[in-house]
Write a protein that binds this ligand. Structure first.
Ligand code: AMP
Length: 279
């Protein structure tokens, strides 16, 4: 496996892969790689040469968010990439990706507005700007993303369609710890008690799924039940719970079988987590 830190070197390596007739799959991450990322790398590697970016993108953190504190685990990231068969680990420095004077941003104005877009208004602009630059560096055939962040997937798909980007987007299901908590770099911030309370969210999402399987269609009823279950936990504060169309992220009043999900974001004390459940 190659570890590359410079944009020019990454461009050259990707060009050489293309010359050799290899397909390229890009796996963009923020590093601090875990089992969820490993599943994306395996999916990528099964289809093409996997290039994993571990660039901690400063543009997607708001001013009061955890950019400085975000876990950075370069040695562990390299081991995981190597073990999962990645071709390249791309880890540029911030001024390599966004040098002084960088002033261009990519914005999507519909799907990025609800849910996470309400409380984190610059999140998707930051994600999209970084993602498009990574795509221009690597020119991947495939982009591999996790269903844990389904709004991010929907926004990226929309931009790829609107701007005719020649990349196929494929997704992998959310990897959970055995207790049900969606694996996330931010879980490392949780104390055992906080983690215990966070589990109530997965249990509540499972309850919503059961209700749908039992015939409940009303989004209001499902949201009310999940809110009630979460309210019993002292450390949890809901930022949003919504049942939305999988592609447009528009709020729904009734379940569309196979086409919608319950999306949730919540605080466990000062730690913000996001999860969802396809319904
Ligand atoms: P992040 O490093 O959190 O920005 O995530 C990078 C990519 O990994 C995104 O496409 C995420 O959706 C995906 N991802 C993060 N956590 C998980 C998980 N638990 N299961 C599957 N994919 C994940």
């Amino acid at each position: 496996m190659q570890k590359i830190e410079k944009v020019a070197a990454m461009q050259e390596y990707a060009a050489a892969l293309r010359r050799d007739g290899r397909r390229i799959a890009l796996v963009p991450t923020l590093g601090a790689l875990h089992a969820g990322h490993a599943s994306l790398i395996r999916l990528a590697r099964g289809k093409a040469a996997a290039i994993v970016s571990t660039f901690v993108n400063p543009l997607q953190f708001g001013p009061s968010e955890d950019f400085a504190r975000y876990p950075r685990t370069a040695a562990g990231d390299a081991l995981l990439c190597e073990k999962e068969g990645a071709e390249v680990l791309f880890a540029p420095a911030a001024d390599e990706m966004f040098p002084r004077g960088f002033s261009t941003h990519v914005q999507e104005d519909a799907i990025s507005k609800p849910l996470c877009g309400v409380s984190r208004p610059t999140l998707f602009r930051g994600v999209l700007t970084c993602w498009l630059k990574l795509c221009n560096i690597v020119r991947p055939d495939l982009l591999v993303m996790g269903e844990k962040d389904l709004q991010q997937v929907a926004v990226v798909r929309k931009v790829a369609a609107d701007l005719l980007l020649p990349v196929e987007i494929i997704t992998a299901p959310t990897v959970r710890d055995p207790d049900g908590l969606a694996v996330s770099a931010r879980n490392t911030y949780l104390s055992p008690t906080q983690r215990e309370e966070a589990l109530a969210v997965h249990a509540a999402l499972c309850r919503a799924k059961e209700m749908v399987e039992g015939g409940v269609k009303s989004a209001d009823r499902l949201v009310a039940e999940v809110t009630h279950l979460i309210a019993a936990k002292r450390r949890l504060r809901v930022i949003y719970i919504s049942i939305v169309d999988r592609q447009t992220m528009e709020q729904l009043r009734e379940i569309i079988p196979g086409g919608c999900l319950m999306a949730i974001s919540f605080w466990v004390d000062e730690v913000r987590l996001t999860d969802n459940m396809p319904l």
